[in-house]
Design a protein around this ligand. Structure first.
Ligand SMILES: Nc1ncnc2c1ncn2[C@@H]1O[C@H](COP(=O)(O)OP(=O)(O)OP(=O)(O)O)[C@@H](O)[C@H]1O
Ligand SMILES: [Mg+2]
Length: 344
């Protein structure tokens, strides 16, 4: 940390500790019955650890957005409790609550007649920060999401690409250093290539800011890529399974999950499983072997296999970026023992 002890906390970098430290989230018996009688969410319990990225996934209409909007009380729960950082936030002032929670939605929802800088500064301004500090904060956040403030601060939303607008949406959600972020299909409006890049950037950003995040998607690959855990919901906000991506793929907890993760889950499992030290043979097995490709520890098995196939090699050298840690054989990749599959 390079923050000096004298630095005023709220104006410090997004990563500085302070009021915006990530808070754990607990949903208890959450229910939403809309006025017309639709029960969007029947009885949901879910825990998200501080700094964890939880992905909600499930078919259209299963209640994902309703869950998200109950957390910041854009939708008032019919019953149940929401604990944020141990505090029951179901009863207090919803407006005050929303200032502590960043919210990113599919079409970003930038204010079209305000500059990017003004958009990003929305919540700090509402919190009464002095104008200069709001400006500085906006610039800092634009940097953080990879947009040069010198170029973008004075532009209007329509002068940006979809991906750039999406980043502004993330910057705005982070501006007041919230205790958590809610993201509703944040990357679905951009094309697949831009989406993959945004996802990567977003993972890097999250490694830096470590917010508690609940992210909704209907894209399974996105869920696997981004989620520390994935919660699979069926109609009525029914929690079918909540587990790390690998487990959802390798050990679907119900026939619903099994069907939801689909036929190509063998491939998805490879994509969700990193190369770890336990898969390696001693580096000495590489002695005298020529044409050995290298892969980095932590690469997905899918990517490692692609390298082996592309180079027509039986074994790859696994490195930590510098040193050789061991050897990974094609055979090992293809004979991975996944967790037991109870509904196989
Ligand atoms: N204001 C409302 N009044 C009545 N019913 C509603 C309202 N908003 C949502 N619903 C219903 O609640 C259910 C859950 O909706 P929700 O928007 O939470 O689904 P979702 O999982 O986000 O779907 P999608 O993937 O299509 O965005 C749906 O049946 C929807 O029609
Ligand atoms: Mg939705």
């Amino acid at each position: 940390m390079d923050a000096t002890p004298q630095a005023p906390a709220p104006a410090a970098r997004a990563t500085a500790p302070g009021p915006g430290d990530a808070a754990p989230l607990v949903l208890e018996h959450l229910r939403k019955e809309y006025p017309d009688g639709t029960v969007a969410v029947r009885d949901l319990g879910l825990e998200v650890a501080a700094g964890e990225l939880m992905v909600l996934i499930g078919p259209s209409g299963c209640g994902k957005s309703t869950v998200l909007r109950m957390i910041n009380r854009l939708v008032e729960p019919t019953s149940g409790r929401i604990l944020l950082g141990g505090e029951d936030v179901t009863a207090g002032d919803p407006v005050e609550l929303r200032r502590r929670i960043g919210y990113v939605i599919q079409n970003v929802g930038l204010f079209p007649h305000q500059t990017i800088e003004t958009n990003v500064g929305t919540v700090p301004r509402l919190l009464g920060w002095p104008a200069r500090r709001v400006r500085e904060r906006s610039a800092e956040l634009l940097e953080l999401v990879g947009l040069d403030p010198g170029v973008f601060a004075r532009r209007y939303p329509h002068q940006l690409s979809g991906g750039q607008r999406q980043r502004v949406g993330v910057a705005r959600a982070l501006a007041a250093d919230p205790v958590m972020l809610l993201m509703d299909e944040p990357f679905s409006a951009v094309d697949p290539i831009a989406r993959a890049r945004l996802q990567d950037e977003f993972l890097r950003l999250q490694a830096d800011v470590r917010k508690t995040i609940v992210l909704v998607t209907h894209d399974l690959d996105e869920a696997i890529r981004l989620g520390d855990r994935v919660a699979v919901l069926s109609q009525g906000g029914n929690l079918e399974q909540s587990a790390p991506p690998r487990e959802v793929l390798g050990a679907p907890a119900s026939p619903f999950v099994r069907e939801f993760v689909g036929e190509d889950r063998a491939i998805r499992r490879l994509a969700a499983t990193p190369v770890t030290p336990d898969l390696l043979q001693p580096a000495a097995t590489l002695d005298g072997v020529t044409g050995v490709p290298s892969v980095a520890l932590g690469t997905s098995l899918y990517d490692a296999l692609a390298v082996l196939l592309r180079t027509n090699a039986d074994v790859a050298r696994v490195t930590d970026g510098e040193r050789t840690l061991g050897a990974l054989s094609r055979h090992r990749v293809l004979s991975i023992d996944y967790p037991a599959d109870p509904v196989a």
